[in-house]
Write a protein that binds this ligand. Structure first.
Ligand code: ZN
Length: 287
């Protein structure tokens, strides 16, 4: 599969439980099944119960044990459809829409399934930003009134870094942080940006110490308009993130779930030009 599977192709590939079972087995154990208890490779397959039973020690292993589908009672083809819809909907999907599209009886089940999939949309951490990187923080929580910006109460603080590739943007990373402190912002930059890269920020003192390891360019912004002018890419990404949260989910997420939503946005943003195999790219980390 080298491109985005159409709905028709997907239905053909994964129409039956057996097809989904075989695909899961191939992805989970590409070199063949190994008993997790005794390492024996021989097993009886009980497809109806999604189980492997070791021929040596009789230990039974579910094909979904230890995956994001662990203990989900839904048929495999429904779980596959959920991954397909989450992966191929450009802007993601709400739990309510997932419930409607897959005819899932309970909203809570759809919500749990969606959150399990979302929790697998994590960055590999293998690709650091380099060259010119814009860094800023923003506050996310449209549900409460009050002051905005640094010093605002009850808002969730998110650090954002975006790589500049000429006039285009490269990858982007997000992190839900507690304080705009030297330690937290410094750790975020050091985790995601290659040393000696150019880091472009505003004049906030918490970034100053980065000058020892980066080519730090702290802009004097004075006004929001000037900020958008001098840090254009990171502001576009922040605006898009907020619009995506409001547009797809109708509201900002609760603080305890924010990290997973940011992971989803990051997953989509960093794969926006590489949609080939997008179903497998999401299914694989689910396993
Ligand atoms: Zn065994």
């Amino acid at each position: 599969m080298t491109k985005v599977l159409s709905v028709f192709e997907f239905q053909k590939h994964f129409a039956t439980e057996d097809q989904c079972f075989d695909h899961l087995v191939a992805v989970r154990w590409p070199d063949g099944f190994k008993c997790p208890k005794c390492n024996h490779s021989g097993a009886y397959i009980i497809k109806a119960r999604k189980l492997f039973q070791c021929k040596s020690c009789k230990h039974q292993t579910s094909v979904t044990a230890g995956t994001c589908f662990h203990r989900m009672r839904q048929p495999l083809h429904l779980l596959f459809w959920a991954v397909y819809l989450v992966a191929t909907n450009k802007k993601g999907i709400s739990a309510l829409e997932l419930q409607r599209k897959l005819d899932i009886r309970s909203y809570q089940t759809a919500w749990t399934l969606l959150h399990k999939i979302r929790s697998c949309m994590t960055s590999s951490g293998l690709f650091l930003l380099s060259g010119e990187v814009e860094v800023d923080e923003t506050y996310i929580d449209g549900s409460r009134s009050g002051p905005t910006g640094r010093g605002a109460d009850n808002k969730q603080l998110v650090a954002v870094a975006v790589e500049k590739l000429g006039k285009k943007m490269g990858r982007s990373y997000f992190q839900h942080i507690q304080h705009a402190s030297k330690d937290e912002l410094g750790a975020f930059v050091k985790e995601h940006v290659t040393k000696r890269s150019s880091v472009i920020t505003d004049g906030f003192p918490s970034y100053k110490h980065l000058k020892d390891e980066y080519n730090l360019d702290q802009k004097k912004l004075y006004s929001p308009e000037r900020a958008r002018e001098l840090l254009p890419n990171v502001h576009i990404v922040i605006t898009n993130t907020k619009a995506w949260l409001r547009g797809t989910f109708n509201r900002y997420p609760a603080p305890k779930h924010l990290k997973r939503y940011l992971n989803e946005f990051e997953f989509r943003f960093n794969r926006r030009w590489k949609l080939d195999n997008i179903f497998d790219k999401l299914l694989n980390p689910c396993l």
